[in-house]
Design a protein around this ligand. Structure first.
Ligand code: F6R
Length: 608
C-alpha cells in the first residue's frame, strides 16, 4: 500500500525521493507527492495518478532542499486527488502517513474547533495539525509523545518540521517502517527496496517506537519516552533487485525465476544426507508434533495453504484447518492446545494475517506459531516463534507468482519433514519425493522455454465474458489461484471451482464465451476430472486442458492442451503453476492491461 520515504542528505534530495518512490511503485498507489524544506519554507509537488505525472510537475517546478519527504498514496479516506495526496502540511509540520487513523473524525472536530483549517478528506490530515497544536505548547519530544498517545489505529509516519531542517521525525504502529544510513545521507522508508542504492545499513522500527534521525545519529524512544537500543543491519536488497533484467514486466521475470527459487529452497533446507532442517524454526525439531494445525493467510498465500492441507492431512492424519485471516480473526475460533499455527505471507506485513498471529499468541501462549514468509525482516517473521523463509527474492510484480510456488515448495518440505518425524512415510518414499522436487526445477525450465501453446490458449480469451477454472484435490486450490491470477491482471471475471462442484450451479454459466481451464494431472482423480470436462464440453465450452499425460492417453477434443512434465504427489502443483501464471500473463498482455501494477491493487495490504 502507501509508500513512505524521508531523506536528509548532503545534497538536494528531490531526485532521491522520486527514485525511492519509483522503487516502491509496485506496492500499489493512485497519487503521489513530495515536500522539501529549504530556507525555512516548505515546497511541495503533488499529482494524481502515476509517478510520471509527479515527475512532469517536478520538471516544470523543481524543488530544492536537503531534507524532504515523499509518499505514494493508496486511497482509503477520500478519492485519489491532488488535494488528498500526501504530504499534508500545517504551518510548521509536513507529514506523510501509511495506515488508518481510526479516531480521525473526533480529532478533526476538536482541531476545527481550535481554529485549524482542513483542506483534504483524508484521515491523515489530522496528524500535522495535532502535532502543530502540541508543539505550540510543549517541547518537541513531549509534543510527539503526546500526539502518539492520542491517535488510534495504525500508522507509519515520517515528518519534517520547519524550524528544524536537520531532523527527520518518524513513528510506527502496525505499518512497516525502517531507517537507513548511507554515505550521503540518512533515510526513513516503509520498504527496504526504497533504499536500494542509497543506504548501506538499515534499522527496523518496532511497533510503538518513534524518534528522530539526523546526520549525526538516531534517537529512538518507546511510547513512555524511554530510549530504545539501536540495532543496524546490512541493507538486504540491491539496486539490481529493482531491475527487470530485460523482461518486459517484473511478473514475467519472476515467473522465470522459479526454477532458481526452487533450487535455492532445496539447497537451503535439504542437507546432503536428505535430512530436512528448518534452522530458524527449531521448535519443529525439538517439541512433540502438534495434534492440530491451523493455517492462516490471505489471497494467493491462502491458496497455497489450501493445497498443503491435502498433503498434511494425508500423511499426518491430524486435522488441518485453513482460513482466510480476515475471517478467522473475527469469528471466535476454537484454538485449543497442541495446535500449530502456520501463518503464510509473502510480505509478512499483511494486517489481517499479522493480527491473527498476535491473537493466537495472546489466547494460547502454550502453542507455537510458525511464519512462512519471504521477508525475514518483516513483522510476521519477527513476531512468530519460528520462520521458514521462502527465499524467493524480492517480489515486485503485484500478482504473486514465485512466492506462491515457493510457499508450495516449503509446504511440501514441511509435510515430508513432519511425516518423517511421525514415522508416517518410509525413508525411501521421502527420498523419492525429494528427488521429484529436484526434477521439477529442470522441468519448469523446459516449460518456460516453450510457451507457444500458452499463447495459443490466451488467444481463446479474446472477447470472452469470463472464465472458469476447475480442479480436484490439491489442484482445486490451484484452480482458485489460476482464476485469481487471471482476474487481478486481466480484469476478466474468473471463478475457480472444485470440478465436482460444477454441476451444483456454475455449469449454468457455460457457453462458448466462457472458456474453461481444466487442471487434470494424473495424480489427482484424473478420470473424474475428465468426465467433468466432457460435461462442460457438451454444453459448448471451449476447454483449455492442463495435463501431464500424452494427449492420446485421454480422449478429449480440448480447444487447447497445455502439457506439463509428469510430476509426483508434491511436485505436480509446482509444475502446474507455470502454465497457470503464463496464461494469465499472456491474456493480460493481449488485453493491454498494466500487468505489474493492476488497477486498485496493492502489493502489501497493511490495513485491514
Ligand atoms: C495475489 C496477491 C494477493 C496476496 C495477498 C496476501 O496475486 O498477491 O492476493 O497474496 O494480498 O499477501 P501476503 O502473502 O503478502 O500476505
Amino acid at each position: 500500500m502507501c509508500g513512505i520515504i524521508g531523506a536528509l542528505c548532503d545534497h538536494n534530495v528531490q531526485d532521491e525521493l522520486l527514485g525511492a518512490l519509483r522503487r516502491m511503485e509496485y506496492r500499489g498507489y493512485d497519487s503521489a507527492g513530495i515536500c522539501v524544506l529549504d530556507g525555512g519554507s516548505f515546497q511541495q509537488a503533488k499529482a494524481a495518478g502515476k509517478l510520471s505525472n509527479l515527475q512532469r510537475e517536478l520538471a516544470s517546478h523543481p524543488l530544492s532542499g536537503r531534507i524532504g519527504i515523499g509518499h505514494t498514496r493508496w486511497a482509503t479516506h477520500g478519492e485519489p486527488t491532488i488535494i488528498n495526496a500526501h504530504p499534508h502540511i500545517s504551518a510548521n509540520v509536513a507529514l506523510v502517513h501509511n495506515g488508518i487513523i481510526e479516531n480521525h473524525h473526533q480529532l478533526r472536530v476538536q482541531l476545527v474547533a481550535q481554529g485549524y483549517c482542513f483542506v483534504s478528506q483524508t484521515d491523515t490530515e489530522v496528524l500535522p495539525h495535532l502535532l502543530e497544536e502540541k508543539i505550540q505548547q510543549r517541547e518537541l519530544l513531549d509534543a510527539w509523545r503526546e500526539m502518539l498517545s492520542e491517535i488510534e489505529g495504525a500508522y507509519a509516519i515520517a515528518a519534517i518540521i520547519r524550524s528544524l531542517p536537520g531532523s527527520l521525525w518518524f513513528a510506527r504502529k502496525g505499518s512497516p517502517l525502517l531507517l537507513g544510513r548511507g554515505a550521503h545521507g540518512v533515510y526513513v522508508a516503509s520498504d527496504a527496496l526504497a533504499l536500494a542504492g542509497l543506504a548501506d545499513e538499515v534499522m527496523y522500527i518496532d511497533d510503538h517506537h518513534w524518534g528522530r534521525l539526523t546526520l549525526e545519529g538516531v534517537e529512538l524512544y518507546d511510547l513512555s519516552g524511554n530510549p530504545v537500543e539501536l540495532e543496524w543491519d546490512p541493507l538486504p536488497v540491491t539496486a539490481h533487485d529493482a531491475e527487470k533484467d530485460g523482461f518486459p514486466h517484473y511478473m514475467l521475470k519472476e515467473i522465470h525465476e522459479q526454477p532458481a527459487v526452487l533450487r535455492r529452497i532445496l539447497r537451503q533446507y535439504v542437507k546432503g544426507d536428505g535430512e530436512i532442517v528448518f534452522e530458524q524454526a527449531s521448535f519443529l525439531h525439538e517439541k512433540p508434533l502438534p495434534q492440530r494445525i491451523v493455517m492462516i493467510a490471505c489471497g494467493t498465500s491462502y491458496h497455497a495453504a489450501l493445497t498443503a492441507r491435502y498433503w498434511l492431512e494425508r500423511y499426518l492424519k491430524i486435522p488441518v484447518e485453513v482460513d482466510i485471516a480476515s475471517e478467522y480473526r473475527y469469528r471466535d475460533p476454537v484454538i485449543g492446545q497442541h495446535t500449530l499455527l502456520v501463518a503464510l505471507s509473502q510480505s509478512g506485513e499483511t494486517a489481517d494475517t499479522l493480527e491473527v498471529l498476535r491473537m493466537f499468541k495472546r489466547h494460547t501462549p502454550g502453542n507455537d506459531a510458525l511464519a512462512l514468509c519471504n521477508v525475514p525482516s518483516s513483522s510476521l517473521a519477527r513476531e512468530a516463534d519460528g520462520l521458514i523463509e521462502l527465499f524467493a527474492g524480492p517480489e515486485i510484480g503485484v500478482a504473486s507468482t514465485k512466492a506462491y510456488m515457493a510457499q508450495l515448495a516449503v509446504l511440501a518440505l514441511l509435510t515430508l519433514f513432519m511425516a518423517r518425524r511421525a514415522g508416517a512415510m518410509p525413508e525411501e518414499r521421502v527420498a523419492e519425493h525429494l528427488a521429484a522436487l529436484e526434477r521439477a526445477a529442470t522441468d519448469m525450465e523446459a516449460l518456460l522455454a516453450d510457451t507457444a501453446a500458452v499463447r495459443q490458449a490466451a488467444a481463446l480469451f479474446a472477447d470472452v465474458r469470463g472464465a472458469l477454472y476447475l480442479g480436484r484435490g490439491p489442484c482445486y486450490p490451484m484452480a482458485l489461484e489460476g482464476a485469481l491470477k487471471l482476474k487481478e491482471i486481466s480484469y476478466l471475471h474468473a471463478e475457480g471451482y472444485a470440478a465436482g462442484e460444477m454441476k451444483h450451479g456454475p455449469i449454468a454459466l457455460i457457453d462458448h464465451l466462457i472458456p474453461v481451464v481444466v487442471i487434470a494431472p494424473k495424480q489427482y482423480h484424473l478420470e473424474k476430472v475428465i468426465s467433468n470436462l466432457h460435461e462442460v464440453q457438451a454444453r459448448g465450452a471451449r476447454v483449455i486442458l492442463i495435463v501431464d499425460l500424452p494427449e492420446a492417453g485421454i480422449a478429449t477434443d480440448a480447444a487447447c492442451v497445455l502439457r506439463v512434465p509428469e510430476g509426483d504427489y508434491f511436485s505436480t502443483p509446482l509444475l502446474v503453476c507455470i502454465p497457470l501464471q503464463l496464461l494469465a500473463y499472456e491474456v493480460a498482455c493481449m488485453l493491454g492491461t498494466d500487468v505489474d501494477q493492476p488497477r486498485n491493487l496493492a502489493k502489501s495490504v497493511t490495513v485491514e
